[in-house]
Design a protein around this ligand. Sequence first.
Ligand SMILES: Cc1cc2nc3c(=O)[nH]c(=O)nc-3n(C[C@H](O)[C@H](O)[C@H](O)COP(=O)(O)OP(=O)(O)OC[C@H]3O[C@@H](n4cnc5c(N)ncnc54)[C@H](O)[C@@H]3O)c2cc1C
Length: 408
Amino acid sequence: MSSTFSMDPGADQLAVRDWLHGFAADVMRPAAAEWDEREETPWPVIQEAAKLGIYSLDFYAQQYFDPSGVGIPIAMEELFWGDAGIGLSIVGTTLAAVAVLANGTDEQIGTWTPQMFGTPEDVRVAAFCSSEPDAGSDVSALRTRAVYDEARDEWVLDGAKTWATNGGIAAVHVVVATVDPELGAKGQASFVVPPGTPGLSQGQKFKKHGIRASHTAEVVLDGVRVPGGCLLGGKEKLDERLARAREGVSRQGGRGNAAMATFEASRPAVGAQAIGIARAAYEVALDYAKTREQFGRPIIDNQGVAFQLADMRTRIDAARLLVWRASWMAVGNRPFTAAEGSMSKLYAGETAKYVTAQAMQILGGNGFTREYPVERMHRDSAIYSIFEGTSEIQRLVIARAISGMPIR
Ligand SMILES: Cc1cc2nc3c(=O)[nH]c(=O)nc-3n(C[C@H](O)[C@H](O)[C@H](O)COP(=O)(O)OP(=O)(O)OC[C@H]3O[C@@H](n4cnc5c(N)ncnc54)[C@H](O)[C@@H]3O)c2cc1C
């Protein structure tokens, strides 16, 4: 046996966890209710995070390349324990950054990722725009077109994106568009739209059920011209890929597999966010159950309540194990033969919804009011069975992976 197995995060990971926990407890938690009510991007909190180095490319790169694999899940769990809406405002930029890291050339990564974060003095955010009104779960149905203007070596983008986190307020937008609609998902490519590019505008900003501090909006692309160098990965690579797709040649380990591996590697991070919300609600409920008295004794004295808490904690720990396993697999390039990344996001998302609902129940009437944070946490948890692939889509991916069948 060559490898060792350990469930202990190392000293480095624990130090990061404690540092982030302090920020989550001292800065995010006290601000959570206010920004939820305001339904606005909490720029002062992002600025504070930037000053401390929590909102920075360096910080996420360090966690991303942490050899244990659990750097990102630990960071996500702590920040979202603080507050999910503010948490998403802080980490939303990484969605776009990961798209550039996964598809861009070294030069593109070096040019665009720093601009996504800005500086502590001049903080910026970025947006990843894939979803469209008629293309949510079915990403192959995107209608936004990218047409190459050879004379000017420019790409022209036209279309309408929706549900974009930071859409319209971002410095850098990453837009997925179709170059050849007949090829479905294989005919798509990703483009960087640099700051201030004419033709890109914000459409409707959505009023949401939860994560209300995070900005979600439509993005309109009307004759948006970007330089040829904004096509992620470059034109040569795109032309080769399109030619293969037109010939019906699917290279083993080609783009489909690469995209799948990227999703499997990124989904655990989203699962970790859900775990942060669940843990926060569970802790409030546990404290409450120990101190709230009815019938002359703390309500936790009733097995009916204590068993609820036991189930909540068990599911949280099980979800975290799935998330850590998938993150460990990703960092070691282990193949996700059973879609273990999707499994972790599915289970963690459903756990957050279950735990926050149980927490509200344990708090009784108080749980239903905004005097206590579980009401907000319950609303925030609902997105975790919707974005980054709905729970049904995760099940579809898992079912296909374990069966090898084209389940529909
Ligand atoms: C707050 C928020 C932030 C978001 N941020 C971003 C972002 O930054 N960038 C971005 O590109 N997108 C973003 N999204 C979009 C998000 O990823 C989509 O909402 C999600 O993929 C679902 O798409 P849809 O809303 O069109 O639902 P639909 O695809 O219309 O699904 C509706 C229902 O049908 C079910 N369904 C669909 N197909 C199947 C199937 N084959 N089998 C079983 N059930 C199925 C779904 O599971 C769901 O329950 C965000 C969404 C929200 C709400």
